[in-house]
Design a protein around this ligand. Sequence first.
Ligand SMILES: Nc1ncnc2c1ncn2[C@@H]1O[C@H](COP(=O)(O)OP(=O)(O)O)[C@@H](O)[C@H]1O
Ligand SMILES: [Mg+2]
Length: 364
Amino acid sequence: MPTLDEQRQQAALAWLASGCELSIGDASRLPCPPEALAALTPSSTGVHRHVASGLTGDVYELRLHGQHLAVKVARTESRVRNLDGETAFVNELLRHQELATARDAGAALPGILHAHYGSLRHRLLVTPWVDGGPPDLSDARVLRQLFNTGVHLHLAGHFEWDWSPGNLLDDGQQVWLFDFGYQYRFDPLTQFNSAGDGLSCPQHHLVERLGARCVFAALLDTETTWGLAAAVAQFTQFQALGLAAMQLLHAQLAQRGAQAKPLQTLQDWRSKAGTALACDPATAYRCEGWVAHLTDVLDDLHGQSCDPRTLQRLDWLQQVLHQHAAALQAAGLLNQPPSAMQAQLLQYQAQAQQWQLAPGGSAR
Ligand SMILES: Nc1ncnc2c1ncn2[C@@H]1O[C@H](COP(=O)(O)OP(=O)(O)O)[C@@H](O)[C@H]1O
Ligand SMILES: [Mg+2]
């Protein structure tokens, strides 16, 4: 039986091979024809900014005929060198199409940016320009909104894997998620996420994904600048709000008639995370951080898309292994002796140095 990942990869490749157009939205409402948008350059009329940092494509801030838009022109070759990277753009268009249908049917999708137009043939995605900055992950309002977005996506059967800060913008009122290249479908009533057979990878869920892609990166900075106590306090806030979000998700899924298995998986995580946080927040921080940083490092290595942050994560892992190997072992997080793990981390470090992307190319 193919995994859910294999199934959606095959479906995405079939789309690409078919040469069929996949379009969303209404081209007649754009300020100029899709062909002209697809041919934008930094010096085109109306282009205020060119963001070249994405791994999938170039993004232009366009102010034209009273409209203020983000125009993403996808590259023919993604800078994430694996099947998920190659299929990210068609995947993103499919998600936009499904989310538009869900929204039309009345689904609440807070914080999800609605696309005006998308086209596979033109390799184009047009969204409203969000005037905002990176989310402050120590702000409870920001965290509540991110969790709220994640809960509603989960209920709609969309599992977002890539909550990286480069895919989020805070306009001061609302945090917006606008990149759906790594958002996959699953059935929330029978499955827990979009990996394996939907139940076989219980380690991946909303709190884990937000932690690995986003919050633990910010915690590295907090720990470096303000020290361990500040990082533990910030982690505690994140985890407590995550627990509240997962409680809400559990209640909503139960109300909708979800099967016992996904509900039980959710419940198991809640009890374990709740107990760990209540017992010893500093140890919980190190253990969750260990998993989060390791997962993210492996992800970067897999896509050969590393950046200075990958190396910073590896430094943190080496330091925690050096000072707290016993706690990691007690939590069942080391499946080899500390010395072997140390050698493994050094090997990852050498690879991460080799696969550094050119500057400006780190946000997925
Ligand atoms: N709607 C938008 N409003 C403002 N900025 C945007 C918008 N969409 C994209 N961007 C900018 O472009 C960058 C890359 O966009 P993204 O959709 O994440 O592309 P990629 O798939 O290449 O990662 C973002 O990090 C952000 O700075
Ligand atoms: Mg992105």
